[in-house]
Design a protein around this ligand. Sequence first.
Ligand SMILES: *Cc1c(COP(=O)(O)O)cnc(C)c1O
Length: 373
Amino acid sequence: MTVRYPFLDLARVNGPFMDEIRERVDRVISSGRYVGGDEVDAFEDALARFSGARFAVGASNGLDALRLILRGYVAMGVMRPGDEVIVAANTYVASVLAISDAGLVPVLAEPSPETSNLDLLRLEEYLSPRTRGVMTVHLYGRVCWSEQLRKFALDNNLKIIEDNAQAIGASVVDAGQRRRAGALGDAAAFSFYPTKNIGAMGDAGAVTTSDAELASVVRALANYGSDRRYHNILKGFNCRLDPVQAAVLNVKLPWTDRENQIRREIARVYLSGISNPGIALPSQPEDDLEMVWHQFVVHTDDRSRFTDYLDAHSIGWDIHYAVPPHRQPCYAGLFAGEFPVTERLAATCVSLPVSRCTSLADARDIADIINGF
Ligand SMILES: *Cc1c(COP(=O)(O)O)cnc(C)c1O
């Protein structure tokens, strides 16, 4: 059965780019060079320029990009095993996995119910003598940033690590200057998983930073820990960006702002068109914050009835995320305390279609149908 209003159809998302992608991928195939090379170099340059960070290093995926940053800080002696990193309790599990993977301790912090992002007014509650970093996750494409966050990090000598898997192209005015996500904190991880705003055709990711030492440590770690051939300065891994994926991304990256604009227009239709009192809409972002709507997430106390209704009207939907990290079996018993805001968001969230597969007319239909619920 085909869905009238699909949640996401990646073949359709990539359709307009296919000719150019085929050409560029074909060049990689013909080149005979299948690791590293021109496409990877070009993408790293383009991403650094796009984000505004000094350096970009390609990585195998978003989780690996986060791991490389945190393991990089451990290798540099900036963080030590057992040190703590504050992260939103309602994030995708990968943010938390990266912290654990580096031998660090994730400290889960409640999000703000208005933004679903880390509650930047409550950070002090999670500070301890072992806190070394804050991972700011720009969930659903909403930048999680404020002057308070920068000051909190400065005052307590913390690194700010952006999990920018969901907010490529988003921006915020910071100290009087508009900056993109990926150039706000000390380092940022990007994911180009196929469903992200700019997706590859497989796994791909990147690290951005303006810290030259971290950039070279991350680059070495991703390449067996070697700074040159057969010379291993660190105990590294193989987490490199694949050149075929880099070729795909070189085609798509220049269109990021346009792709995000399509999402913004759909979001505007939902925000002005959905008026059902049983469906809570995402809050409008502050004036200086440019969101990129990786997901358009509504909340309802009557979720299963609502999703049945969406199914009955052939509207695709998803849930981001049904089970928060502290409820995952791999973290059983690890997190003391309770997370009522996180639990409530997880129990009530529903993501609506917001991609180039949804026309503005579709979005109006969807809003009308939702008003009939
Ligand atoms: C997708 C995602 C990741 C992981 O990226 P992968 O490329 O899938 O490994 C990490 N954090 C968040 C918030 C994500 O959405």
